[in-house]
Design a protein around this ligand. Structure first.
Ligand SMILES: [Zn+2]
Length: 461
């Protein structure tokens, strides 16, 4: 006897599409069969998925919940952020255990993050360990975190002034250790010295408005850092993840590395695929300040090519929910404006509309970049990221027909604006199951605070 049968839908995985029915039992996918395989008498409940796509639950491997700015925080907490994620089709998010409090070591920081999630999360979660101390003690933490089921790391190559940067000695050593012990080292790649020099140069010249932001942090700032860390990764024999890659130049570095057979995985974010630097000339341009900056239409096109060619494997939201009020604290100057864009709920409809509907990518590719590749890269596959016997029954049923115009009212986040406001999108999550339980039903959230679980992960050496 099954708990649930999902019938009459079109199942989509990274491998293709099919008219399959899916049987769920005890939170797992128990069987997948061609349409009509299972009888209604074999199950407690039948869910009719006619006209819907049935995808593996989506995984957003790059979100920032309650990110601080000065003495304030981004608007959404662990409950509201995961509610919004679930309503966007996510069944798992990965956030960051950032060592803001330097008196806590990285393992304690991770434990603290876990407790914060435990209280609020409505879907499953994990996080990347993110050190802010560039010392031997950081490197010594690597095996401990891998042992604790946190085998992914994020190292900032910039933000020295904010006390977050890892220097190259530590980055090289983390690359080496993660490769040796089974993990992955991720980087925020921007050349710190160039960022500092340019910021001062622009300040002296009075070039403070958002318009100057993508010029101040030009393509070279990112591409040089990508090139440097790829070189270090080659020497270390490492497993490198590049968070939010945005430029054509960086993509070329990745192309060459992968052609040499090196382990380099690149991610971009939704906003770099559908928005460009023109946004900084809008009256609300300061809201669009994020690092790296939005780029040229040529870069955007290169990123879509990168996805089609498999050079960019993952598309995240890099969600960071600063309200308009917090964005305005920068007085319309890019240097003082908090960095980051909200977007946790809109990966699926934005990419379905701009990617699949426009003919840029297939729907299987969409599943790959929104779910499967994150699961593979960060050590959750095949528990998550696919629809197969034994996998968690994390599923999203997608309505490709209904069109909605984006505004804060149609979203579930407490953030009072969206970079996608006014866009007409389709491809929304209709129903979402997390380990077999409904968290969204017919577009309505019906999950439970604290129901999400920490996902312990292992990554192959
Ligand atoms: Zn980020």
């Amino acid at each position: 006897m099954y708990d649930l049968l999902i019938k009459n839908g079109t199942v989509v995985t990274h491998e293709g599409c099919g008219q399959w029915d899916v049987a769920v039992k005890d939170g797992k996918i128990a069987a997948v069969g061609s349409r009509g395989t299972f009888a209604d008498a074999e199950t407690q409940e039948v869910l009719d998925a006619a006209d819907l796509l049935v995808m593996p639950g989506l995984i957003d491997p790059h979100v920032h919940i309650m990110h601080p700015f000065r003495d304030r925080f981004a608007a959404d907490d662990f409950y509201s952020a995961t509610v919004a994620a679930a309503c966007g089709g996510d069944t798992m998010v990965l956030d960051f255990a950032i060592q803001w409090d330097k008196s806590m070591d990285l393992s304690e920081t991770a434990e603290h993050r876990k407790r914060q999630f435990e209280e609020g999360a409505v879907i499953d979660y994990a996080f990347h360990a993110c050190p802010t101390i560039s010392e031997m003690e950081t490197v010594e933490q690597v095996p401990k975190l891998i042992e604790a089921g946190v085998p992914s790391f994020k190292l900032y190559m910039t933000y020295s002034k904010q006390g977050r940067m890892s220097d190259d000695g530590v980055i090289y050593e983390v690359l080496r250790q993660t490769a040796e012990k089974g993990g992955i080292a991720g980087v925020h790649a921007e050349n710190d010295a160039m960022c500092l020099f340019n910021t001062e140069l622009y300040r002296r010249n009075g070039w403070n408005s958002p318009h100057y932001f993508p010029l101040c942090k030009g393509n070279l700032v990112e591409a040089e850092a990508v090139n440097r860390v790829v070189y270090m990764n080659r020497a270390a024999g490492g497993n490198l993840y590049i968070f939010h890659l945005t430029t054509e130049e960086s993509l070329e570095v990745v192309r060459e590395a992968r052609a040499r057979g090196e382990r380099v995985t690149a991610e971009t974010c939704v906003h770099y695929l559908v928005l460009n630097a023109d946004c900084y000339d809008r009256p609300d341009g300061a809201n669009f300040i994020c690092s790296p900056p939005l780029r040229s239409p040529e870069d955007t096109e290169a990123l879509w090519n990168g996805i089609r060619q498999g050079l960019i494997s993952v598309v995240s939201s890099d969600h960071c929910g600063f309200t308009k009020e917090l964005k305005a604290l920068g007085n319309n100057e890019f240097a003082g404006t908090p960095n980051g864009l909200p977007g946790i709920e809109l990966r699926l409809p934005v990419l379905y509309t701009a990617g699949v509907k426009s003919g840029k990518i297939s729907v299987s590719k969409l599943v790959e970049i929104l779910s499967t590749n994150a699961a593979r890269t960060f050590g959750m596959y095949p528990q998550k990221g696919t629809i197969a016997c034994g996998s968690d029954a994390d599923l999203v049923l997608v309505d490709t027909k209904q069109v909605k115009t984006i505004s804060p009212e149609v979203l579930h986040s407490p953030v009072d604006w969206s970079p996608y406001d006014g866009m007409e999108l389709c491809g929304f999550a209709r129903t979402v199951l997390s380990r077999g339980k409904f968290v969204v039903r017919n577009g309505e959230f019906c999950g439970e605070r604290g129901a999400g679980r920490f996902v312990s992960r292992t990554i192959d050496r």
